[in-house]
Design a protein around this ligand. Sequence first.
Ligand code: 5AD
Ligand code: SF4
Length: 432
Amino acid sequence: MRTFAIHTFGCQMNEHDSEKIAFLLKEKGLLPLEEGRPDLFIINSCAVREKSVQKLYALLGRTRKWAEKGTVVGVVGCVAQLEREKLLRHFPHLRFVIGPGSYPSLTSILDRVLQGERVVETRWEGKWWETSGALRRRPAVAYVNIMEGCDKFCTYCVVPFTRGRERYRPLPWILDEVKRAVDQGYREVQLLGQNVDSWRWEKYRFWHLLDKVRKIPGLKWVRFITSHPRDFTREIVEIMAEGEPITPYVHLPLQAGSDKILRLMRRGYTQKEFLQKVEMIREKVNNSSIGTDIIVGFPYEEEEDFRQTLQVVKKVKFDNMYSFHYSPRPFSYAAREFPDNVPKEVKRRRLLELQSLQAEIQLKKNRTFVGKTVEVLTTGRSVKDPQAFMGRDITYRVVNFSCRRNPIGEVLKIKILEAGPHSLKGEVVDEG
Ligand code: 5AD
Ligand code: SF4
């Protein structure tokens, strides 16, 4: 066996897990293959919404042809943790299923896979999964894990069942990895965890960690994803207020605007408390930028509840938003105890209404950037125009621009010329 490829669904945590898995495989002498049929094909799956699971099944179906030609195909990640043997039964060409609970023993499990054993490993080891490196896929931005798992048990969410209880990575390991990333030329680090604000180690809390990371020389920007409104404290805001390299961007999932739905979701805050957190950020942090996640059509969501969500969206004017219609997830409290009683059509209509409101808000906000010059960390080629490049500014806005040379990994000054709801377009100032 000589080559491998990994297909990743889902969040940055999953992407980074794939980078760690790739590192372990490379240590075993396998080479990453960008195109064509690899000897080993791993799918890192996501279970957070029904749609991502359907995409996994579709991809698995397509891998049968590769398996017939000799590729060893396996599934890791959140769906692996949930479905275990069931996946092997459904897809006879699958050779292994490994859940995040077993990643701490991944090296030895992969040895068994490489020796030809058909493996299912989803035991909860409850330890922190530390690897001696990661085969980073992204230029410029290094993902750094700081915690994993979730103890919140929001009623719609499968995460506590796929990622387990919270585990925190020790402070010195985090700082070491950030320093190494800077030495390797990364300009930005993203501190990752399902609930970064609840990170703790010995006497240190998350804001201590931010304070230590920001003092590491050579870092342009530090971001952290994802926050939970309940744990997002004044101390964190005060560190953010110190400015660069900490960026003024917070991902603060609202999920729903009405107190009734927030209670049914077991989010642990009210609309008023959420708005107070937003106020605190806006008051103290220069240029603050807030992103959010929203679910529409949660059980018992009536028109009036949905209007409350729209109200909050209008009030806060989020800088970006990911929005979803509710789907019941295995093991979650809502799937067991509540009927999925908002009709599909209603969910679809609410989602469209929410998204068009948000697009209007984003367009208005983005237009205020036209004529300004912003710093952009170039992360790759533009999605729409492969001749152009893309990056993000300090507020996490996507900026597309053209450049005569390849500036990936560099921070450039870009003058903004146009704004759309989802991105900005500009030109390089003083292109040497
Ligand atoms: N249905 C719809 N969206 C969900 N999310 C999590 N669980 C569900 C579900 N059962 C959304 C939340 C979360 C994001 C990662 O996915 O908004 O913040
Ligand atoms: Fe899921 Fe809630 Fe935990 Fe986020 S905080 S991972 S939504 S249970």
